[in-house]
Every structure is written in C-alpha cells, then in structure tokens.
Write a new protein. Sequence first.
Length: 66
Amino acid sequence: MIRNQVKELRKQHAYSQKQLAELAHVSRQTIISIEGDHYQPSLELCFRLSKIFNKKIDEVFLYTEN
C-alpha cells in the first residue's frame, strides 16, 4: 500500500490546496483526491510534487505493508 505525505508537506510549506494545484498544474480537486487517498497520481505528477516539496519521491509517497 502506498501512503502519501502530500497534505503534511503542503501544510509545512504553507501552501493552500489551490496554490499547490497551481504549482503542480492540476485542479484543486486532484489535490483533494490525492490527500484523501482517493486518487493515485501519475508518475509525472509524483515527480512534480516531489520537486515542489524538494523531496525524493519515496519521501512523498511511502510504501507500507499494511
């Protein structure tokens, strides 16, 4: 299972969902869906988000066994 840190990282960087969506070139609804674990982003979007947060992909999207 993959668990993401998008919401936590967004808050650490003081971005609103709208601001993050604009930076990532997606809709606010996409950010909401990612944060709620209702949407698995494309690899391209994963790279964009990791670049925005200045983190490695595996720091943004964590693999868990549960």
